[in-house]
Design a protein. Structure first.
Length: 761
């Protein structure tokens, strides 16, 4: 028997960890908590923002003079091995790069026949190049070793394992991985989670005699059972497997990161082409953020703000891909937006940028629309960028938290998929990105808070489960967006947050399932909200539970709300639960009845020293510009503004154009020690990897605006772009270009770091 076969035999039948050194050092933590991979302190190459060029239709050896003319900040080296000439060139010119595909293509990113093997199928699947197979890990490490050996000799910024990595294909549905080694790992993981087979059987409603016999189920096995009320759902056998696969993916990435650090301890390792949070592909960001040291993730469903929140104190690098639209103002706004949001770089896709062939030294060979971005490229990578990119500069949010619950995302996706019937495997990434109710709702909450003048941090459900965050120390208000799934431990911690004086806000369907996706007779926090439910009356218009109908993905977004027809509405806002009522009229609380007094919403209940509010409102339509900038959006913001005011929270600064805030600019606060910065940028809804959705009536050719800034505190703002000192006081006027951003240093007379956190009512 060969050494590799002997290793696999040993792993299957011994139940030991994948730590056998002869098996090509495939050291993967198999069960239990995955230790957080430490961040790597930013080196001198990360001292300012960078525009990095992807090597498509261009070559640094040929086009370097044009890069210099534009002021581009670096490039990408593919893999590293056999790239000695480019490494020497970059060292000669002090022109840095990041190394891509260091694990080679085909392992973390499936292609060709392997890609087709996990696409569009409803059955349980084995993943080609199973990540549970030590031989696969060995091959990736062998590629990493030879690539880092060459790429690490020059001014490398970061190592990327691969692009658009996934357990399947992007976040397309694929019930992987039932490879024998993966199943063996899954069973050990279950044993660690449940301890006894009896406990698993109670959860799964099965009758297994031993963990060695347990088999996961696919979504197709459950689909037809999900039409009952949520209290009768049980996703456990599917959701546990998806959770395990997220765990497996994260464990492998953590192992690869540590291996990269072993070969080059000063350079961060991660990946590019990150997808939206999803039950598919391995994209549980609570886990991923612990396992890599940098990421370029598409900003879909607020991925950028999730990463910013989870990485703020460590400042692990974040990037975006920059695709030029051909419109100079649109492109400029994109670059300023992500710079002011704390990204350290963009990776530029240079299609058509340098159309001529041969030696490119004439600036006439640069496409005109890219030539016009020269000033923007140079400014955002200049001295001004050092303020925010600096490793000690931290985002400074308001004491507002948005809960990130990956189990809830799994359950919400299951509800979304019901409209597809048996065709759910064809709900590809492009469809899900535009129709995933949990993800779009997350973005709606982000944009609502930003439009109200507040910033926030996402709260990791994993950190709460593991007692790694003190909620009352960090937050005054916590928002639970469609948090269907809560463990008893999470519920107790959130209950205690309210008891100690916090304000808890849930929109709808809160805590109806446990952390495995199994229904409860009543919600985990119903006592805190003081509500009782009657599921017999149904949800929405009584005919379905799915908010966004993905079957209508070709129709305008506002036409995809199939079950909103004839729905109960309060001030134009959709009411989701038809049978939820206030539970204790004898206690201090209040609610508003609508729809002929038959359906209740906006519950408010005092609990301990705090307050819990259950809105029973589905604000997903806020994603549509026409509604966001209309009476619909105004009424939604007014409801929440009232809650925030009663909770003692007010915007630190209000920015207006022409005396009103109809354009809803976003304000972003940063801090470095005692120094404070304020960024101002027009606030789009990011609808996919490249598109920013603004108000339809906005004229991209408009002239610079005069804006007013009204601070709650007495401050002295200095415009870092124009060097203009605005004086000291509360109110100021300045010029603002809508296709760019403003950045101020804010000097405070009373430098109380927490003055903005809990202002008086």
């Amino acid at each position: 028997m060969g050494l590799q076969k002997l290793c696999i035999f040993f792993l299957i039948f011994s139940g030991q960890l994948l730590t056998a050194l002869p098996c090509a050092r495939a050291e993967i933590q198999r069960i239990g908590e995955i230790p957080r991979v430490p961040a790597i302190a930013a080196g001198p190459e990360w001292s300012h923002f960078r525009v990095l060029v992807w090597p498509y239709q261009t070559d640094v050896l040929r086009d370097y003079d044009l890069y210099q003319h534009l002021g581009l900040g670096g490039f990408q080296i593919d893999r590293g091995a056999d790239q000695e000439e480019k490494v020497r060139f970059s060292m000669l010119h002090h022109f840095p790069y990041y190394a891509g595909h260091i694990t080679d293509k085909g392992y973390l990113f499936l292609s060709g026949e392997n890609r087709r093997a996990v696409s569009g199928k409803s059955e349980m699947l084995s993943r080609p190049h199973s990540l549970a197979d030590p031989e696969v890990i060995s091959r990736m490490k062998a590629h990493m070793e030879k690539n880092i050996q060459v790429a690490g000799k020059g001014p490398v910024l970061a190592y990327a394992f691969d692009d658009e990595i996934s357990l399947g294909t992007l976040i397309n549905p694929a019930d992987t991985d039932i490879h024998p080694l993966s199943l063996a790992w899954f069973r050990e993981w279950l044993k660690n989670e449940y301890q006894t087979i009896e406990k698993l059987n109670r959860q799964w409603e099965t009758d297994y005699t031993d963990f060695s016999a347990v088999l996961p189920c696919g979504f197709e096995d459950l689909r037809e059972k999900l039409s009952a009320p949520f209290s009768q759902w049980n996703l456990s056998c599917w959701a546990d497997f998806r959770t395990f696969m997220d765990y497996q993916f994260a464990a492998v990435l953590a192992e690869l990161t540590r291996y990269a650090n072993e070969k080059d301890p000063d350079i961060p390792a991660g990946f590019v082409g990150g997808q939206a949070p999803s039950p598919w592909g391995g994209y549980d960001y609570a886990r991923l953020c612990r396992c890599v040291q940098w990421m370029e993730a598409y900003d879909i469903h607020s991925t950028n703000e999730i990463l910013r929140s989870f990485w703020n104190r460590e400042r692990r690098p974040r990037m975006q891909t920059f695709f030029s639209t051909g419109n100079v103002q649109t492109d400029s706004r994109f670059l300023w937006y992500y710079f002011l949001h704390g990204n350290q770089a963009v990776v530029a896709w240079p299609e058509g940028w340098f159309p001529s062939r041969g030696k490119n030294t004439d600036k006439k060979n640069i496409a005109p629309h890219i030539q016009k971005l020269r000033q923007t490229f140079r400014e955002i990578q200049g001295d001004i960028s050092k303020t925010i990119v600096h490793g000690h500069t931290l985002f400074d949010p308001d004491p507002v938290g948005i809960y990130y619950s990956h189990p809830s995302l799994q359950a919400s996706w299951a509800a979304d998929a019901l409209v597809h019937g048996k065709t759910w495997p064809r709900r590809m990434s492009s469809i899900d990105n535009d129709n995933q109710s949990a993800g779009i709702l997350r973005t709606v909450w982000c944009k609502t808070l930003e439009d109200m003048g507040f910033q926030y941090d996402f709260i990791s459900y994993a950190d709460v489960q593991e007692h790694k965050v003190d909620l009352n120390e960090r937050f005054r208000i916590i928002i639970l967006p469609k948090t269907l799934c809560l463990s008893d431990r999470e519920a107790d911690i959130l209950r205690n947050f309210v008891r100690k004086g916090g304000v808890l806000i849930a929109d709808y369907l809160c805590g109806l399932l446990d952390e495995h996706g199994k229904g409860r007779k009543k919600g985990a926090l119903d006592d805190v909200f003081a509500i009782k439910r009657n599921e017999k009356t149904g949800y929405l218009n009584g005919k379905g539970i799915t908010e966004i109908d993905g079957e209508k993905y070709k129709e305008p977004f506002s036409e995809r709300f199939t079950y909103f027809k004839n729905i109960c509405r309060f001030k134009k806002l959709a009411v989701y639960e038809r049978g939820t009522e206030y539970q204790r009229p004898d206690m201090k609380g209040n609610f508003i009845r609508s729809c002929n007094d038959s359906i209740s919403l906006l519950f408010s209940n005092s609990y301990g020293k705090g307050r819990a509010l259950y809105l029973n409102i589905c604000p997903l339509e806020y994603r549509v510009s026409e509604k966001r900038f209309s009476a619909f959006g105004m009424q939604w913001r007014q409801i929440l503004s009232g809650i925030f005011k009663e909770s003692g929270l007010f915007p630190r600064v209000i920015v207006r154009e022409k005396g009103n805030s109809v354009s809803l600019p976003e304000t972003l606060f940063w801090k470095k020690g005692n120094i404070r910065y304020l960024g101002i940028i027009r606030n789009p809804i990011v609808t996919n990897a490249t598109e920013m959705q603004f108000r339809d009536t906005e004229n991209m050719q408009e002239e610079p605006k005069v804006i007013s800034l009204q601070f709650r505190e007495r401050v002295n703002p200095v415009n870092l772009r124009t060097k203009k000192d605005l004086g000291t006081g509360h109110s100021f006027r300045d010029t603002f270009k809508p296709w760019e951003g403003n950045l101020y240093e804010i000097k405070q007379e009373d430098a109380d770091d927490d003055a903005h956190r809990f202002p008086e009512k």
